[in-house]
Ligand binder design. Structure first.
Ligand code: NAP
Length: 286
């Protein structure tokens, strides 16, 4: 019997991922001979994993926390956007050549358009976090002609590195940086049309935690999004709704970034509705 080719998710942790359910449902719907596995890989084990991946039956992998930036050094090639944004969530294995790309920003944008009918052009954004997903989302918002982004992050150096990436690619007036507890953060959150939580604060199991200082409130006309999808409604989204802002969570981005990666892995049009249904069902079971 021919072994099915493998697609996977690497990260640490990966236990609660819904990607296997989402991709395996899509493989079955299109009768593709592939199987999606999640693999916990620590940072020390990354060299060994990629060495093995080149020689084995792998079509590709998605990359999740905390490896989206560090995996760049194992790629043979990266596409232009992934190179500029400095973050990878998809690795294709083409006959032993590893190619890095990033579907997070495009997935987020599709979710903004379909879940909220929202376009970034000439608006202001506050991005909470400065990790791999914050890089991809900030880059994509700038490409879509957002007027200004404030990066709000605990570790100032990381926030500054994201700001440098934006300045180098889109101009120095586009971005400012502040810490979550500063007056600058309060001001930026009040002035923003779009607030995006790209930190892992509020993610299962610490679902009561907020990525903003308690006492800060939102207002009608603002759109608050949390890219966390477990839980589907985070403490941040609950507060935003209470304050009268529009709010939605990370499941749309999860499905669209997954669908874009699926197309890169398989060369087939993804069955997006099948993937959404499988992701929702898996989250109910989690
Ligand atoms: P990452 O690269 O590890 O970055 C994590 C960010 O969260 C950093 O800015 C980090 O701040 C901040 N953070 C973590 N714990 C914190 C704490 N206790 N206090 C203050 N800041 C904290 O992760 P990522 O890949 O960008 O992912 C971030 C989140 O997005 C995760 O929950 C992930 O599941 C979710 N995500 C969802 C989708 C989707 O499709 N919906 C896609 C990608 C990611 P420091 O810089 O100070 O460490």
């Amino acid at each position: 019997m021919i072994e099915p080719r493998k697609v996977g998710l690497i990260g640490d942790p990966v236990e609660h991922s819904v990607s296997p359910a989402m991709h395996n449902a899509a493989f079955q719907a299109l009768r593709l001979p592939y199987v999606f596995e999640k693999v916990r890989v620590t940072e020390e084990d990354l060299p060994k994993f990629f060495q093995k991946m080149r020689g084995e039956n792998w079509l590709g992998v998605n990359v999740t926390i905390p490896h989206k930036e560090v995996v760049r050094k194992f790629m043979d090639r990266m596409d232009d956007a992934a190179t500029k944004m400095g973050s990878i969530n998809t690795v294709q294995n083409k006959d032993g050549t590893l190619i890095g790309t990033n579907t997070d920003g495009a997935g987020f944008l599709q979710s903004l358009q379909s879940d909220a009918h929202w376009t970034p052009n000439a608006k202001r954004a506050a991005v909470l976090g400065a990790g791999g997903s914050a890089r991809a989302i900030s880059y994509t918002l700038c490409q879509e002609k957002i007027a200004h982004i404030t990066i709000i992050n605990r570790t100032f150096d990381k926030a500054n590195a994201v700001a440098t990436m934006i300045r180098n690619n889109f101009g120095k007036e586009m971005v400012s940086v502040t810490s979550p507890t500063s007056e600058g953060a309060k001001d930026a959150l009040q002035k923003a049309d779009l607030i995006v939580n790209c930190t892992s604060i509020g993610m299962h199991p610490k679902t009561n935690e907020l990525p903003i200082t308690p006492g800060i409130h939102f207002k009608p006309g603002q759109l608050v999004t949390d890219i966390i999808f477990n839980p589907q409604v985070t403490a941040l989204l609950t507060q935003a709704k209470k304050d009268g802002a529009q709010a939605f969570g990370g499941i749309g981005m999860l499905v669209y970034q997954g669908a874009l990666s699926f197309e890169l892995f398989t060369g087939q049009k993804p069955p997006v509705d099948v993937m959404r249904k499988a992701a929702r069902a898996e989250l109910q079971n989690n």
